[in-house]
Design a protein around this ligand. Structure first.
Ligand code: NIG
Ligand code: FE
Length: 451
């Protein structure tokens, strides 16, 4: 067994004491790592790209029978076996050698859209859903986001932190190395700040790269029913300045859709967010052709997410912009919605990113391996397209593609070694089982099963 490896298993109990966990992570010594006998290095880049679009999405760089050298937490070099003398020379007491025994190495998945800080769960609504109620009908009955807001209000910052840390540990085991986390279950200033402070604390302790997003306008709270404009005033006048004052978020989100926030309200919120240094990354076109994509692009959003209702007009608007169309297959699967027209988007030349949307209402899973499978099965993406969607393109959708999302020299060493699998296409094909064995984040071995 490898020296200094910690097992992040049996959570949430293991994660119940965040400080202990933090200690064990930081105790792992920083060593260089040489991985040899790799069956195939997947998603390598000689010349790193910001993202890939259209036809280029069906191409990924790979290198069979290879080695990978990790130096000071970053990708140092890689090449074909045998290992050259210049790398062998670097094998000192500060270098750990891992024999991959003919397994594959992937860059860690990037999950650019989650709500993984939440209190409790909502399986009760799951039963309502099975009985035939729609997402909107459940919301109208006080379920949905309002239900999570109530639970969050009653949870302490520590409880929220511990629950979220357990979820982070779980997604680490499934191969995620960078994740965006939104607020949005607060619906008032105090609770939104509580969520964002929890996200900040997670940033400090977790080896996963975390990007925080402020989602003040996620739903209209009960007290503002019929006074939605006043709630938007509050988001703009009180919440945004307070979030910015503590520098708690990099991005700003709005649930711009039928029954939630209008295009004009979204526009107002994004404009103010941008004045306070938060770039837009919004929920759009999940429930209808809501104009969300258009308002996102107008505000130069880094991403517009969901996109079940995307037609030719929306595709046209997205072309030649900096906005990453981001599809959330877990939510469409769980709510049995129509699938976003991904094939049409790619053939029009657009890039596509995919993320988990990990949340208690529409996608209670952050397993990016399952997202890969859904990408292929439900959206008819080729394995290469799906891999690009959950790595480099989803890194771009968090503003991280310079450092994450592929195996390229100089990028942060966030990679995983697989279980013994025959081809990289086996990753989406064999849905339901965990094909991630050893996890390396920031050049440290975080978890291993058997090597
Ligand atoms: O991305 N669509 C809006 N928000 C979340 C769901 C939140 C919830 O139901 O708790 C989503 O699907
Ligand atoms: Fe979401």
């Amino acid at each position: 067994m490898l020296q200094g490896v910690i097992f992040i298993k049996n959570f949430p109990d293991d994660a119940a004491n965040g400080d202990l966990w933090l200690l064990s992570y930081h105790k792992i010594s920083s060593m260089n790592i040489l991985i040899k006998n790799i069956k195939e290095l997947v998603q390598i880049e000689e010349t790193p790209q910001k993202m890939v679009a259209g036809k280029a999405m069906s191409v990924i760089g790979t290198l069979a029978n290879s080695w990978l050298f990790i130096e000071e937490g970053r990708i140092g070099d890689f090449g074909m076996m045998p290992i050259p003398e210049s790398i062998l020379m670097k094998q000192d007491e500060n270098c750990r050698v891992i024999d991959a025994e003919n397994r594959m190495v992937f860059p860690s998945f990037c999950d650019s859209h989650t709500h993984l800080v939440y209190a409790g769960s909502r399986e009760i609504e799951y039963i309502d859903k099975i009985s035939g109620l729609s997402y909107e009908e459940i919301a109208e009955r006080g379920g949905g986001i309002l239900n999570s807001a109530k639970r969050l209000h009653n949870a302490s910052e520590d409880e929220l932190f511990e629950q979220a840390l357990g979820r982070l540990d779980e997604i680490i085991c499934f191969g995620t190395g960078a994740v965006e986390i939104k607020s949005g279950y607060g619906l008032n200033l105090e609770d939104e700040l509580k969520m964002l402070r929890v996200i900040r604390k997670l940033q400090r302790v977790s080896p996963v790269k975390i990007v925080p997003t402020f989602l003040g306008a996620h739903a209209v709270p009960t007290g503002y029913k019929g006074k939605q404009d006043q709630f938007v005033d509050m988001v703009v006048q009180e919440m945004i300045p307070a979030v910015a004052a503590e520098q708690l978020a990099d991005f700003i989100d709005v649930f711009c859709d039928r029954g939630f926030f209008t295009v004009d309200e979204t526009s107002r919120i994004l404009e103010t967010g941008s004045k306070y240094g938060m770039r837009a990354k919004i929920h759009a076109n999940e429930l209808d052709y809501s104009g969300g994509i258009q308002v996102g692009v107008r505000h130069n959003a880094l991403s517009v997410d969901h996109l079940e209702y995307t037609g030719e007009e929306e595709i046209e608007v997205l072309l030649n912009t900096e906005t990453m169309p981001t599809v959330l297959p877990g939510a469409a699967f769980f709510l049995e919605m129509v699938c976003s027209p991904v094939r049409r988007m790619i053939s029009a030349g657009l890039p596509v990113a995919m993320a988990s949307d990990f949340n208690p209402g529409s996608s209670p899973s952050g397993n990016m391996q399952f997202i890969l499978s859904l990408a292929c099965i439900k959206y008819r993406m080729l394995p290469e397209e799906a891999i690009n969607a959950v790595t480099i393109n989803s890194a771009y959708a968090m503003g991280l593609s310079r450092d994450y999302g592929s195996i390229a020299r100089g990028k942060v060493a966030n990679v995983f070694i697989t279980t013994p699998i025959p081809t990289y296409s086996f990753m989406p094909y064999a849905y339901g089982s965990n094909k991630v064995s050893t996890v390396i984040l920031n050049g440290k071995v975080i978890r291993t099963d058997s090597l």
